[in-house]
Design a binder for this molecule. Structure first.
Ligand SMILES: [Zn+2]
Length: 182
């Protein structure tokens, strides 16, 4: 998300891809709710309007937002109540928003099941990435481990016709492998 800051900069959602987080120097790691600045180009491979390709070398950590008042100032204006309406927009308009913050009317369940190993094609992609020789970066690449869990929210939105939604949780802190501590 782009912060508003002191000038009236418009805010909105952006999808930055790719970011090879584990390849960043430790000093360049960022955390949830960090404010970063980064130059980015529109993503050529992804037509969704929020998708940008970051120029990683330009990324700078500016600050960290403490819980929760300062976070809510940025997030609250972007809360949507109807996932059904967003789904209808995506169906009807190619340029409809593809990212949103949804406030569920009711959460029915959070289903957590064991993760599955990578498929052969996923494993091949990871192996290819790990074995690529990078002239500009001599850090050893480590393979991404398969998620430990699969987690899915079941909820209803505020739409009177809502029949319920199921959405996977991609938060690596929940489904991923804990970081090694030294
Ligand atoms: Zn709904």
């Amino acid at each position: 998300m782009l912060p508003s800051g002191s000038t009236p900069t418009p805010t909105g959602w952006v999808r930055l891809y790719p970011i090879n987080y584990r390849d960043l120097a430790t000093d360049d790691h960022f955390a949830k709710y960090d404010i970063v600045s980064v130059d980015a180009k529109p993503a050529r491979q992804d037509q969704r309007r929020e998708s940008w390709k970051p120029i990683i070398d330009t990324m700078v950590r500016e600050a960290h937002l403490p819980p929760w008042q300062k976070r809510r100032q940025l997030l609250d204006p972007h809360i949507e109540d109807s996932m059904c309406r967003l789904n209808r927009q995506v169906r009807d308009q190619p340029n409809a928003p593809s990212l949103a913050l949804i406030r569920p009317a009711r959460i029915d369940d959070l289903v957590v099941t064991p993760g599955r190993p990578w498929s052969p094609s996923e494993q091949r992609k990871i192996d290819t990435y790990v074995n690529q020789f990078d002239l500009l970066n001599d850090r050893k690449r480590t393979p991404l481990e398969a998620p430990r869990f699969k987690a899915t929210y079941h909820y209803r939105c505020d739409d009177p016709q809502c029949k319920g939604h199921q959405q996977g949780v991609l938060d690596w802190e929940l489904v991923g492998v804990p970081a090694q501590t030294t």
